[in-house]
Ligand binder design. Structure first.
Ligand code: 5CA
Length: 163
């Protein structure tokens, strides 16, 4: 059953809300009045630390799209992460590749709601925050979650992603 509270959300976010509900996630997708295209904007809109924003970054690894859920407080060291993950290399996906892999546009990529599940890493830095926020399919939608919940939702691996 599609919950009525999702009816007013953009279509991309409804898909995310449905995936979250199917997985038994209690946090609800929230539509912000301001854009939260970047971690800094999202943190300002939510009144939280930038480190508590989970960025959903798509990389290509041996031509396969993969997802890195990173704390907004730092950048991914792609060389170090590829070595820890046991992958040949990681390069940033283009906007078109992001759209193809996730069905979502840069600035609104969510950890779930994609056509296929992507191999995923969850940043250990996200475990430092009892509550984190991730994008929910558009630049103005977010949902509250935890690192543990993201691991469960994505079947991902917990790894440090910085230097
Ligand atoms: N809504 C916010 C936080 S909840 C959000 O989606 N943040 S994000 O970090 O996951 O998405 C923005 C990220 O997209 C930027 O950090 C940047 O790494 C990436 N990005 C921006 N422009 C491009 C581009 N042209 N190609 C590939 N990636 C890009």
């Amino acid at each position: 059953m599609e919950s009525r509270e999702h009816a007013s959300l953009p279509a991309r976010s409804r898909e995310v809300a449905r995936a979250l509900a199917e997985a038994g996630v209690e946090g609800r997708v929230r539509e912000l009045t301001e854009s939260a295209r970047t971690a800094a904007e999202a943190a300002a809109a939510l009144g939280c630390e930038v480190g508590a924003i989970a960025n959903s970054l798509v990389f290509l690894s041996d031509d396969e799209p993969v997802l890195v859920l990173t704390s907004g407080r730092h950048q991914v060291d792609t060389t170090a992460l590829a070595a820890r993950w046991g992958r040949g290399g990681l390069r940033r996906a283009t906007p078109e590749q992001v759209r193809e892999a996730t069905g979502q546009a840069i600035g609104g990529v969510a950890p779930v709601g994609h056509p296929r599940t992507l191999p995923t890493v969850v940043d250990t830095a996200l475990t430092e925050h009892p509550r984190i926020w991730a994008a929910a399919g558009t630049p103005r939608t977010v949902f509250p979650t935890t690192a543990g919940e993201l691991l469960r939702l994505t079947g991902g691996l917990l790894l440090p992603v910085g230097r």
